[in-house]
Design a protein around this ligand. Structure first.
Ligand SMILES: Cc1ncc(COP(=O)(O)O)c(C=O)c1O
Length: 204
């Protein structure tokens, strides 16, 4: 018989058991309590942004970002073309249409030149979603500058890049909204926290 090797099975030891017991002892299993509040604060401070909200998945964070950008059926959203499908799926959930922007060779992420060209062809997208694939930051300054110039919100999909820095700043702080993921396959894993980050305003 073959021995089964799990990709990443959860481990529940001292601290985990203490917190689980505490949640039951205090009858605070739902709604959210101080641990999640603290976690959101710590995460926002680590990334260097104003607010973080814990959600169930990176996909839901991206979906919320798409909704906050006001994407409606038929709206165009410029998206990284080399990424995991969760980056772009939420556009379809709202009936939007993805316009895929080609990648550049240095980081394999969204090419700022191709993005600029896309704006020339379609001047009014509702949002731009850039992924930092495999933990490698995209050319975020250039991409953000183009979005700012056209007054279009940038959504940063940092699901794979928590802890990676770009020019000394944490990824996840460049988008108007950013999504992180701590699902078990990710580079920094603490099982299933995922959040949406908002840089300055009140949605989070
Ligand atoms: C680039 C990218 N974006 C978004 C997601 C979605 O994250 P989650 O699995 O937490 O929904 C993933 C996860 O696989 C991803 O790799």
């Amino acid at each position: 018989m073959h021995k089964r090797i799990y990709l990443s099975s959860p481990t529940m030891h001292d601290l985990e058991m203490i917190y689980i017991q505490e949640a039951f002892d205090t009858n605070w299993v739902a709604p959210l309590g101080k641990n999640v509040d603290e976690f959101e604060k710590e995460m926002a401070s680590f990334i260097g942004i104003g607010h973080a909200a814990a959600l169930i998945s990176g996909t839901s964070a991206l979906h919320l970002a798409i909704k906050l950008c006001g994407v409606k059926p038929g709206d165009l959203v410029f998206c990284s073309d080399l990424t995991f499908s969760a980056t772009v799926n939420p556009v379809s959930y709202e009936g939007g249409l993805q316009v895929f922007i080609d990648s550049e060779r240095e980081t394999w992420n969204m090419d700022p030149l191709a993005l600029q060209k896309a704006f020339e062809m379609h001047p009014n997208p509702k949002a731009v979603i850039v992924a930092n694939l495999y933990g490698t930051p995209a050319k975020l300054d250039e991409i953000k500058a183009i979005c700012d110039k056209h007054n279009v919100p940038l959504i940063e999909d940092a699901a794979e890049s928590l802890g990676a820095t770009y020019k000394g700043k944490q990824t996840g702080m460049f988008g108007k909204y950013s999504a992180l993921s701590l699902v078990v396959l990710k580079n920094k894993t603490r099982k299933e926290y995922t959040g949406i980050m908002e840089k300055s305003s009140k949605a989070a």
